[in-house]
Structure formats: C-alpha cells, structure tokens
Write a protein that binds this ligand. Sequence first.
Ligand SMILES: [Zn+2]
Length: 537
Amino acid sequence: MFRRKRHTFRTVMIAGLIAVWGPICSRAQVIQTPGEQVNFARYATYEEMMDYLLKIQAQCTEMVLSDFGVTIEGRQQPYVVFSRPIVTRPFEAFISGKPILVLAANVHGNEKTIRESLLILVREFAAVGSEMNKLLDKLVVLIAPSINPDGFVRNTRGNATGADLNRDYTKLEQPASRNYAQNILHSWHPHIYMDGHNDGSQPYNLCYQGPATALADQRLTDICDREIFPFIDKEMEAAGYRSWYYAGGNRQAWTGIPWAHTRSVINYGGVINSIAILFESPEQDPQDGVLSGLVACKALVKYVVQNPDKIMNLVNQARRETIELGQKARGQIPVQEELGPKDYKVSYLISEERGAVRKLVRVTNADLNIQPVILKSRPLPYAYILEPRAFQAVEFIKQHKVTIEVLQQATKLEVEAYQINNIEYKNDNQHPTAIAVTLADEPVKQILTFPAGSYVIRTGQVMGRIIAGMLEPETADNVVYWNTMDAFLSHFPPRPPAVQRAAGTYRPGPQRRSPPAIIPIFKLMTPTPLPIKILKY
Ligand SMILES: [Zn+2]
C-alpha cells in the first residue's frame, strides 16, 4: 500500500518535471545516490555507483558514459563526459574550442567523500534546466568519481596490491593509475583538473592546492593562488562553508604539500602543462563533507565557464612555450627544490586542542609556505640521447605519451653527461633499492659516435618538462632513481643485501672508477638536425 502511494507520488512528480523541462534527462533529477538516501550514513558501493551512473545515462541524451580502464581485479573505472553538443571522443573536445575540465576522486580507496560529491554532480549536469546543465554550452566536463575501486571496496588507501596510486604517476606500474594517466590525462589533455581526497585541516570543510613543483610552469600555479582559490572561497562562504589551503598550519605559518616529486598527480599534472588542483576534504560530518565538496566542485565549474579564454590561453601558452624552450635548448631544469614562504602574508583559522576542548584561533600576518624555491638546476638540452642498451629507460618514459625518435645511422655528436660522485640506496614506495645519485657539478663533455638504433628524446614537445624531470638523474623522480639504469651503474658497490640492510650493518666496499663513472644519459646542448625517425609504439 505504502509502496503504491509512493510510486504514484513519483509518477506525478516526474510528469511535472517533464512538463517544465521537456523530455530529455528530466527524470534524472529524482534519482538519489545511495548516500543521499541515508543522509550519507554510508557511501554508494561500487555496484551501486555503476548502477546509478547507468540509470542516469538511460535518461539523458547529453551524457556519454564510459570507462577509462579496468583495475587489477577487473573492476571498471567509470567516467562520464558532458557537453553541448555532446562530445564522444577527445578530438571532438579539441575542435569544440571549449575548456576541458576533469573532475576525479578516490585515487586513495578509503578517501570517499568527493567521490560522493561527484556522483551528485553527475545528476546535476544531467538534469535539463538545472544550474549546471545550463553551463554545458561553455565547457567539456569529464567526471571520474572512482580511480581506485579496488581500494574502495577494501577501504584501503592503496589498491589490491597495497600500492599507493597517487605515488605512481611517474612509474605508472599500476594499471589503475596508468589507465587514468594515459586514457584521461594524456588522451583528453584537460586544461584544468581536480583530484579529490580526504585530508587537510579543520575547521575547513575543504582544502586545496595547485602544482607544488618548480618543474611546472609557475603561471599554472599562480592562477590557482590568485584567482581560482579566492573564487572558490567566495562560493563556499556563500554556502556557509570554509575553504583554505592544504595541508595545515600553526601560529606562525601554513604549509602546503611538502614534496616536489612528480609521482603525485597534482605535481605531475603541472609538469604535463595542465592546471592541476588538489581538493582535500578534512574530517567533518559526512553530510557537510559531501555537500561542501559539491559546492567546491561547482565553484570550479563556474570559474572555468566564466573564464574560458583566460584558462585556455594560459595553458596553451604554457604548452607552446615548453615546446619552444626545448627546441631552442633554452632555460633551466630545477633538480632540487624546497618550499618557501610566499611574498605576502595571510590569515587563517586553526583548531587547537586545549585538554578536552577544541578552540578556534585566528592567526594573522602569517607565512604561507607553498612557494617552490630552486636549490639546484641544470641546463635544458635540445635532446637527451640514450644508447640502444637503455631500452628499459625508454620503456619507462614512453608510457607518458612522449615522442621518441631513433637514429637511423651512426652519428658523431658532442654531448654532455654527468659523473657520479655517490650512490645512496633508498627504500621508497615499495621499491627497496631506489637509487639516489650525487653528481659532479661540471658535466663531462665528449665527442661520441652513437650507433644506429640510439634513442633521441627531444625536449621540444609538450611533454618536454616531464622528459627533463625523468632524464635528469638528480630530480626526486627519474629513470635512474626508479632502477631502469641499474645495469650501467654496476661499477658501483652492489645493492646492499636485504638482511644487512635491515640490520644496518651493510658497509659498501671500495668503489672502482674505471671506466669513467658517468651516467649514460647524454645531453645534446645545441639544436642539431639528426638522421632520426619516430619510434612507433
Ligand atoms: Zn589522499
């Protein structure tokens, strides 16, 4: 009886909506996420999420539902595309002349809040006549609510193997992060994207940050700090929520992402020339978390729609200049950096614990430590040259949709390489013998004849910054560090045996220095025509 009444009510309501908005997508408005049905006492399961997305797709002609890959355990990684007129593949997005925005979440499986916000946002874009739906003439938006469904079902940060996918964007060893990088970032080339997490500091409902590495074009970070984040703050405040930078502060300073490496997607995104934005939802009431995340995502959409030319011009300029710098072999590559304060002061709230009582304190005139400060840099070459034996490093790089060329005949070239002063083994991110090198300051200059089959990786391409980051051995994430060139460093002490390493008793033997201990990553410093052809893959 009760069921029947409810059905009747729904039917009447749907008929009413159809009358107002026309036949397309109208019923999507009444489909609730499983989380909404219980005031976010729980989140949609993986199966419920897939079912929900399909239900909305079944009622909307302006949405394209797909997946960007399959996880280790065979779960699809769903995404939807909205635009007006609809866009079904990247090429159509590029010719639309509109900004491309990607909103993604749940790369850390147990960080679920913004995943739920994005599920609601999908419905809002699908509902004809709604605030979000009206904006579809002005942008292409992709929503990928769950990058790591295997971690979601386990309620773990990592995936089914325990790997942290948001430390995998340089190595791309894990299918889920590789799928996201290759089939979303390197296929759709978003001008701007957001990656949603659960961390940050109370009393804020949402924390944010842009790319935090000097390796990225700093204008991509500056637009976040100067315009996008203040815009989000206003929208959040109007909705009764608070927002401020990730990660946390004290009475003297607020400090952002404390690492410069490109293995996390925000820095990776900056280095591949997108405006990459981190959203973190701090601990709070689940409903506040989901709804404030929704407001922040909508604010980002509105900013993009209100400033399409600014965003596209800035990103396209960064991409074009990256190509030009490489082609002219001009500029420096930061290889070591640290965070310093911005050249202005800020005020913010901190939540201090006094015994059992939490108290809000407003801190004024404080430092904002989010500015990358370069400690050491190396000159940008025209091209990096790797011998045929360095195929593992080439495999590593080419995952990033980089153009790699191959010498068709033996060629004599003047090149530079770096002498190794020291090697330190690091147990880092599931790699027990990552290799951190210390190099001589001055490069070794040589005239060498490279055989046919040698690899040439020119820096004059949109991916020029990530190429430089991966081929300069002193950065935090590169082909040497991640063990793809171990075979060429064999004149150094062998890797410490695990037992001795664990016991701290390993002492390296004497080092042999012949042949000259240079890392065989050769830098061609001047623009030079070469007998090369593109490596097909
Ligand atoms: Zn996270």
